[in-house]
Design a protein around this ligand. Sequence first.
Ligand SMILES: [Zn+2]
Length: 101
Amino acid sequence: MTLGLEDALVSGIPIGVGQRANCDVCGADLRPNDRVEVLVLIDGTEIDVVTTRGMCCARGSLRPETRRPCWLARGTLAASIGPGGHSRVILTGASVIDRTE
Ligand SMILES: [Zn+2]
């Protein structure tokens, strides 16, 4: 499988500040090396993570009624240092598994 443009775009996007993120559905702690599923809203050249789900609550596909341009991607959390030296977690090795269009 080749790394597509979408995969490259979602890899490296920040998921949370500090050393953790949370599953937006059940609130479970997500830490570096955890697999996550994220819903990403595409607005022109802007990419916004609107929902982060742990594998605990992963759905694997977008709802069929989804109308807004968005991607569902899976990847692994990794610790990173953001602008200003603050620690954060980012999405790495991501691949888009579903998309509207
Ligand atoms: Zn969950």
